[in-house]
Design a protein around this ligand. Structure first.
Ligand SMILES: Cc1ncc(COP(=O)(O)O)c(C=O)c1O
Length: 383
């Protein structure tokens, strides 16, 4: 049976489409993308509240929107090479006090995660990752027949760093998501440093990717970037995304920080795509708007505290989150909770095995959305 793309998505159903279609992010989430016609109506996502993906509920700040408008000129007809991309790379390099060759830009951080698997893993050099964690690395590895060693998170929902280190001997790549998606938990600089030194002492050829997509949401003093470790060790590198606190998921910009030969190897193994001029100008404006990011972080923390209290007051456990999502122990299968919430036009997170029978990831929307959602969660959980 031949299905058009729309037919295919329809056949899969809203909840499963994102999980089933893998590969580039742009094609992996078509069910949530909307047409120009729908955008004109200002009713987004068919009126369904999107608490199922960890994008920013508030989008980019006003300076970024203004920069996009200002740069939407006839100049977009020129693009070889696109304006502002070098400017973005320079701004990142300056801020982190590294050379331009220590920054690898990509169309979202997804190609970096995929590329790292292609670059460093093989049939006898497995990927080591936590479970549950962000799954692009493991999905990529499975797609190309690379063995994956999954280490379950500990009882407090933190990543089992000792278990991961022990499993890393002979691995091609270790993926560490800090803070972790979906659990929201965070590891201190001392713990990450201990982990990195332990892995490299016993397995010097292993590479370690530290995904810091959610770093802007972490409260002061709980974590630091692992950049000093990337500067010290050629095998350590970091990925970052403009899709979260900077509110630019639809623009597709991410980057890696690491040593030149490491980034060259990733870039040589897999296409990073070309960051386009409007995305670059949006990203550089967002990156430099520290005031807005500080506000975004505060606002997210306020929404997070409110939403956490909704669940804890109902007697449900929520691991402390340093991100823009909660991994709630709802004590029922996520699928059942998801279905009940969807009946009230709220879409919550997909299954995260092996915890899909007890936990559900809920992305944080705006305060107004979460106040509405709180009523639905109360009804669904208290029956
Ligand atoms: C931990 C983590 N890393 C990377 C990504 C990929 O984001 P992007 O490709 O938009 O940068 C996501 C997206 O949800 C994520 O949660």
């Amino acid at each position: 049976m031949k299905l058009s793309r729309r037919g295919f998505i329809g056949a899969l159903g809203l909840g499963t489409a994102a999980g089933v279609l893998s590969g580039s992010t742009l094609i992996s989430r078509p069910s949530y993308a909307q047409t120009r016609e729908a955008a004109m109506s200002k009713v987004y996502d068919g009126g369904i509240m999107q608490l199922n993906q960890n994008e920013s509920a508030r989008g980019p700040g006003p300076r970024v929107l203004e920069a996009i408008r200002e740069h939407a000129t006839k100049r977009v007809g020129r693009g070889y090479s696109p304006d502002h991309v070098n400017e973005l790379r320079d701004a990142l390099a300056d801020y982190y006090a590294v050379g331009n060759d220590n920054v690898l830009l990509a169309t979202g951080s997804t190609p970096l995660l995929e590329g790292a698997v292609y670059a460093f893993c093989s049939s006898d050099r497995p990927l080591v990752t936590a479970v549950p964690t962000y799954s692009t690395s493991a999905q990529t590895a499975r797609r190309i027949g690379i063995p994956v060693k999954e280490i379950q998170v500990d009882a407090g929902m933190g990543i089992d760093l000792a278990g991961m280190a022990a499993a890393s001997k002979g691995a091609g790549l270790v993926y560490l998501c800090n803070p972790n998606n979906p659990t929201g938990t965070v590891h201190s600089p001392a713990a990450v440093e201990r982990f990195v030194r332990q892995v490299l002492a016993q397995s010097p050829d292993t590479h370690i990717l530290i995904d810091e997509a959610y770093i802007n949401y972490v409260a002061d003093g709980l974590m630091e970037t692992a950049l000093p470790l990337a500067k010290e060790f050629p095998n350590v590198f970091i990925s970052r995304s403009f899709s979260k606190a900077h509110g630019l998921a639809g623009m597709r910009v991410g980057y890696a920080l690491g040593q030149e030969q490491t980034l060259d190897t990733i870039n040589g193994a897999w296409g990073m795509g070309d960051v386009n001029m409007l995305a670059a100008v949006a990203a550089v404006t967002a990156f430099e708007d520290h005031e807005h990011i500080a506000w975004e972080r505060e606002e997210n923390a306020r929404v997070r505290a409110f939403t956490t209290s909704v669940f804890t007051e109902l007697g449900y456990e929520v691991p402390p989150s340093q991100t823009n999502h909660l991994f709630v122990n709802i004590r029922m299968p996520a699928a059942k909770f998801r279905e009940a919430c969807m009946a009230e036009k709220i879409s919550v997170g997909r299954d995260f095995p092996p915890m899909h029978n007890s936990h559900c990831r809920i992305s944080l929307g705006s305060m107004e959305e979460m106040e509405l959602a709180a009523g639905v969660f109360r009804r669904v959980l208290t029956g």
